[in-house]
Design a protein around this ligand. Structure first.
Ligand SMILES: C[S@@+](CC[C@H](N)C(=O)[O-])C[C@H]1O[C@@H](n2cnc3c(N)ncnc32)[C@H](O)[C@@H]1O
Length: 241
Protein backbone atom coordinates (compact mmCIF):
# COMPACT_ATOMS: atom_id res chain seq x y z
CA UNK A 1 0.00 0.00 0.00
CA UNK A 2 3.03 2.32 0.33
CA UNK A 3 2.89 3.08 -3.40
CA UNK A 4 -0.85 3.76 -3.20
CA UNK A 5 -0.28 6.32 -0.44
CA UNK A 6 2.54 7.92 -2.46
CA UNK A 7 0.10 8.39 -5.34
CA UNK A 8 -2.52 9.69 -2.91
CA UNK A 9 -0.05 12.13 -1.37
CA UNK A 10 0.95 13.38 -4.81
CA UNK A 11 -2.60 14.07 -6.00
CA UNK A 12 -4.80 14.83 -2.98
CA UNK A 13 -4.45 18.18 -1.21
CA UNK A 14 -5.00 18.69 2.51
CA UNK A 15 -7.88 21.08 1.75
CA UNK A 16 -9.54 18.35 -0.32
CA UNK A 17 -9.23 15.89 2.59
CA UNK A 18 -10.91 18.35 4.96
CA UNK A 19 -13.65 19.31 2.49
CA UNK A 20 -14.51 15.66 1.76
CA UNK A 21 -14.44 14.38 5.34
CA UNK A 22 -17.76 12.54 5.84
CA UNK A 23 -17.22 12.01 9.55
CA UNK A 24 -20.38 13.02 11.48
CA UNK A 25 -18.43 13.73 14.69
CA UNK A 26 -18.37 17.45 13.96
CA UNK A 27 -22.11 17.54 14.75
CA UNK A 28 -21.38 16.31 18.28
CA UNK A 29 -18.57 18.68 19.21
CA UNK A 30 -20.70 20.54 21.75
CA UNK A 31 -21.24 17.24 23.61
CA UNK A 32 -17.57 16.37 24.14
CA UNK A 33 -16.53 15.49 27.69
CA UNK A 34 -13.03 16.31 28.97
CA UNK A 35 -10.29 14.20 27.42
CA UNK A 36 -8.26 13.43 24.34
CA UNK A 37 -9.36 13.06 20.74
CA UNK A 38 -7.76 9.86 19.47
CA UNK A 39 -7.81 8.49 15.92
CA UNK A 40 -6.78 4.84 15.62
CA UNK A 41 -5.68 3.77 12.13
CA UNK A 42 -5.52 7.48 11.40
CA UNK A 43 -3.51 7.31 8.17
CA UNK A 44 -2.84 10.71 6.62
CA UNK A 45 -6.53 11.55 6.09
CA UNK A 46 -7.54 11.97 9.71
CA UNK A 47 -10.04 14.45 11.23
CA UNK A 48 -7.03 15.32 13.44
CA UNK A 49 -5.97 17.58 10.55
CA UNK A 50 -8.98 19.79 11.14
CA UNK A 51 -8.70 19.57 14.93
CA UNK A 52 -5.04 20.66 14.78
CA UNK A 53 -6.27 24.16 14.09
CA UNK A 54 -9.40 24.43 16.23
CA UNK A 55 -8.82 22.75 19.58
CA UNK A 56 -6.46 22.88 22.55
CA UNK A 57 -7.33 19.28 23.43
CA UNK A 58 -4.79 16.48 23.54
CA UNK A 59 -4.65 15.00 20.01
CA UNK A 60 -3.50 11.41 19.48
CA UNK A 61 -3.08 9.52 16.20
CA UNK A 62 -2.09 5.85 16.03
CA UNK A 63 -1.09 3.95 12.91
CA UNK A 64 1.17 0.96 12.28
CA UNK A 65 2.71 2.67 9.23
CA UNK A 66 5.27 5.34 10.29
CA UNK A 67 5.31 7.07 6.89
CA UNK A 68 1.58 7.78 7.24
CA UNK A 69 2.23 9.54 10.55
CA UNK A 70 5.01 11.66 9.04
CA UNK A 71 2.61 12.76 6.33
CA UNK A 72 -0.24 13.32 8.79
CA UNK A 73 2.00 15.55 10.92
CA UNK A 74 2.94 17.66 7.92
CA UNK A 75 -0.73 17.96 6.87
CA UNK A 76 -1.68 19.00 10.44
CA UNK A 77 1.14 21.56 10.48
CA UNK A 78 -0.02 22.86 7.09
CA UNK A 79 -3.47 23.61 8.57
CA UNK A 80 -2.41 24.73 12.07
CA UNK A 81 0.25 27.03 10.66
CA UNK A 82 2.97 25.32 12.72
CA UNK A 83 4.07 21.91 13.95
CA UNK A 84 3.15 21.09 17.56
CA UNK A 85 5.37 18.65 19.40
CA UNK A 86 2.40 18.02 21.72
CA UNK A 87 0.55 16.07 19.03
CA UNK A 88 1.01 12.41 19.93
CA UNK A 89 1.40 10.60 16.61
CA UNK A 90 2.35 7.10 17.66
CA UNK A 91 3.47 4.11 15.60
CA UNK A 92 1.55 1.19 17.04
CA UNK A 93 -0.57 -1.82 16.23
CA UNK A 94 -4.20 -1.64 17.27
CA UNK A 95 -4.21 -5.31 18.25
CA UNK A 96 -0.83 -5.69 19.93
CA UNK A 97 0.36 -2.29 21.20
CA UNK A 98 -0.63 -0.66 24.46
CA UNK A 99 -2.90 2.35 24.02
CA UNK A 100 -1.92 5.71 25.54
CA UNK A 101 -3.69 6.53 28.79
CA UNK A 102 -7.07 8.26 28.57
CA UNK A 103 -9.55 9.53 29.28
CA UNK A 104 -10.68 9.75 25.67
CA UNK A 105 -13.40 12.28 24.84
CA UNK A 106 -13.66 10.95 21.31
CA UNK A 107 -12.35 7.84 19.56
CA UNK A 108 -12.27 7.83 15.77
CA UNK A 109 -11.85 4.52 13.96
CA UNK A 110 -12.36 5.04 10.27
CA UNK A 111 -11.73 2.29 7.73
CA UNK A 112 -9.78 0.09 10.10
CA UNK A 113 -12.07 -2.44 11.82
CA UNK A 114 -12.79 -4.32 8.58
CA UNK A 115 -9.13 -5.48 8.70
CA UNK A 116 -10.10 -7.53 11.79
CA UNK A 117 -12.45 -10.44 12.42
CA UNK A 118 -15.53 -9.77 14.56
CA UNK A 119 -13.92 -11.54 17.53
CA UNK A 120 -10.77 -9.44 17.13
CA UNK A 121 -12.95 -6.31 16.98
CA UNK A 122 -14.49 -7.32 20.34
CA UNK A 123 -10.98 -7.51 21.85
CA UNK A 124 -10.07 -4.14 20.36
CA UNK A 125 -13.23 -2.44 21.72
CA UNK A 126 -12.64 -3.95 25.18
CA UNK A 127 -9.11 -2.53 25.13
CA UNK A 128 -10.33 0.93 24.13
CA UNK A 129 -13.19 0.78 26.67
CA UNK A 130 -10.63 0.89 29.51
CA UNK A 131 -9.87 4.50 28.53
CA UNK A 132 -13.48 5.68 28.14
CA UNK A 133 -15.56 7.60 30.64
CA UNK A 134 -19.28 8.28 30.74
CA UNK A 135 -20.05 10.52 27.76
CA UNK A 136 -17.04 9.47 25.63
CA UNK A 137 -17.95 9.28 21.94
CA UNK A 138 -16.81 6.64 19.43
CA UNK A 139 -17.14 7.21 15.69
CA UNK A 140 -16.78 4.14 13.49
CA UNK A 141 -16.73 3.69 9.73
CA UNK A 142 -16.56 0.16 8.31
CA UNK A 143 -17.14 -1.56 4.97
CA UNK A 144 -20.69 -2.90 4.91
CA UNK A 145 -21.85 -6.20 3.44
CA UNK A 146 -22.90 -4.18 0.34
CA UNK A 147 -19.25 -3.31 -0.42
CA UNK A 148 -18.26 -4.47 -3.95
CA UNK A 149 -15.30 -6.47 -2.57
CA UNK A 150 -17.67 -8.56 -0.42
CA UNK A 151 -17.69 -11.51 -2.77
CA UNK A 152 -17.35 -14.91 -1.05
CA UNK A 153 -15.73 -16.23 -4.25
CA UNK A 154 -13.02 -13.55 -4.12
CA UNK A 155 -10.40 -15.08 -1.81
CA UNK A 156 -7.99 -12.17 -2.34
CA UNK A 157 -10.52 -9.68 -0.96
CA UNK A 158 -11.36 -11.88 2.00
CA UNK A 159 -7.67 -12.26 2.83
CA UNK A 160 -7.36 -8.48 2.86
CA UNK A 161 -10.66 -7.38 4.47
CA UNK A 162 -11.50 -9.81 7.23
CA UNK A 163 -15.09 -8.76 7.88
CA UNK A 164 -17.87 -6.89 6.09
CA UNK A 165 -20.35 -5.46 8.60
CA UNK A 166 -24.07 -5.26 9.12
CA UNK A 167 -25.61 -2.73 11.51
CA UNK A 168 -26.39 -5.64 13.79
CA UNK A 169 -22.66 -6.60 13.92
CA UNK A 170 -21.85 -3.10 15.14
CA UNK A 171 -24.66 -3.11 17.69
CA UNK A 172 -23.22 -6.37 19.04
CA UNK A 173 -19.82 -4.70 19.45
CA UNK A 174 -21.44 -1.72 21.19
CA UNK A 175 -24.22 -3.27 23.32
CA UNK A 176 -27.04 -0.97 24.45
CA UNK A 177 -26.37 -1.54 28.14
CA UNK A 178 -22.93 0.08 27.69
CA UNK A 179 -23.34 2.40 24.68
CA UNK A 180 -26.05 4.66 23.34
CA UNK A 181 -26.12 4.91 19.54
CA UNK A 182 -26.37 8.57 18.51
CA UNK A 183 -26.00 8.28 14.73
CA UNK A 184 -26.05 5.69 12.01
CA UNK A 185 -25.70 5.93 8.25
CA UNK A 186 -25.74 3.14 5.69
CA UNK A 187 -23.93 4.63 2.70
CA UNK A 188 -23.36 3.48 -0.87
CA UNK A 189 -21.39 5.93 -2.96
CA UNK A 190 -19.53 6.11 -6.23
CA UNK A 191 -15.90 7.08 -6.15
CA UNK A 192 -15.06 10.65 -7.03
CA UNK A 193 -12.90 11.39 -10.07
CA UNK A 194 -9.88 11.99 -7.81
CA UNK A 195 -10.09 8.38 -6.49
CA UNK A 196 -9.83 7.05 -10.05
CA UNK A 197 -6.86 9.33 -10.73
CA UNK A 198 -5.08 8.10 -7.59
CA UNK A 199 -5.76 4.46 -8.56
CA UNK A 200 -4.42 5.05 -12.09
CA UNK A 201 -1.25 6.71 -10.79
CA UNK A 202 -0.82 3.88 -8.25
CA UNK A 203 -0.90 1.35 -11.13
CA UNK A 204 1.85 3.28 -12.96
CA UNK A 205 3.96 3.35 -9.79
CA UNK A 206 3.55 -0.42 -9.33
CA UNK A 207 4.56 -1.03 -12.97
CA UNK A 208 7.68 1.16 -12.58
CA UNK A 209 8.60 -0.22 -9.16
CA UNK A 210 8.31 -3.84 -10.32
CA UNK A 211 10.08 -3.01 -13.62
CA UNK A 212 7.26 -4.66 -15.60
CA UNK A 213 7.85 -4.67 -19.36
CA UNK A 214 5.22 -7.14 -20.58
CA UNK A 215 2.25 -5.27 -22.11
CA UNK A 216 -0.38 -7.76 -21.01
CA UNK A 217 0.82 -7.68 -17.37
CA UNK A 218 0.82 -3.88 -17.46
CA UNK A 219 -2.77 -3.90 -18.76
CA UNK A 220 -3.82 -6.34 -16.00
CA UNK A 221 -2.31 -4.13 -13.30
CA UNK A 222 -3.98 -1.02 -14.71
CA UNK A 223 -7.34 -2.81 -14.95
CA UNK A 224 -7.15 -4.33 -11.44
CA UNK A 225 -6.22 -0.99 -9.86
CA UNK A 226 -9.11 0.88 -11.44
CA UNK A 227 -11.90 -1.74 -11.46
CA UNK A 228 -13.58 -0.72 -8.22
CA UNK A 229 -15.82 2.29 -8.83
CA UNK A 230 -17.84 2.47 -5.64
CA UNK A 231 -17.83 1.75 -1.94
CA UNK A 232 -20.38 0.89 0.75
CA UNK A 233 -19.95 1.70 4.39
CA UNK A 234 -21.72 2.01 7.71
CA UNK A 235 -20.91 5.02 9.85
CA UNK A 236 -21.97 5.05 13.50
CA UNK A 237 -21.44 7.29 16.51
CA UNK A 238 -21.89 5.78 19.98
CA UNK A 239 -21.77 7.38 23.41
CA UNK A 240 -20.45 5.49 26.45
CA UNK A 241 -23.12 5.24 29.18
C1 LIG B 1 -7.72 2.48 4.87
S1 LIG B 1 -6.61 3.42 5.84
C2 LIG B 1 -7.74 4.52 6.69
C3 LIG B 1 -7.12 5.83 7.06
C4 LIG B 1 -8.10 6.82 7.69
N1 LIG B 1 -8.57 6.34 8.97
C5 LIG B 1 -9.25 7.06 6.74
O1 LIG B 1 -10.38 6.60 7.00
O2 LIG B 1 -9.06 7.72 5.71
C6 LIG B 1 -6.22 2.27 7.12
C7 LIG B 1 -5.10 2.77 8.00
O3 LIG B 1 -4.98 1.88 9.11
C8 LIG B 1 -3.63 1.54 9.30
N2 LIG B 1 -3.61 0.20 9.91
C9 LIG B 1 -3.90 -0.99 9.32
N3 LIG B 1 -3.81 -1.99 10.21
C10 LIG B 1 -3.47 -1.42 11.40
C11 LIG B 1 -3.22 -1.94 12.70
N4 LIG B 1 -3.30 -3.25 12.96
N5 LIG B 1 -2.88 -1.08 13.69
C12 LIG B 1 -2.78 0.26 13.44
N6 LIG B 1 -3.00 0.81 12.22
C13 LIG B 1 -3.34 -0.02 11.21
C14 LIG B 1 -3.00 1.62 7.92
O4 LIG B 1 -1.60 1.85 7.97
C15 LIG B 1 -3.76 2.78 7.28
O5 LIG B 1 -3.12 4.02 7.50
Amino acid sequence: MQLYWKAFDQLVSTDHIIDNDLNPIYHFEDQLVDGAIIDIGCGQTSPLIRYADITERRLIGIDNEPSQLVKLRSRMAEIAGADSKAWELITGDLMHSQLPNGPYAMVIMYNILHFFSLDECKEVIAKIDQHLITGSLISICVHSTKHPANDPANFDALAYFKHFFTQSDLDTLFPTNKFERLYRADIERDYERINSKVAALWAEKVITDMKIKDHRTKADIRRDATTQKSTAEIINVYRKR
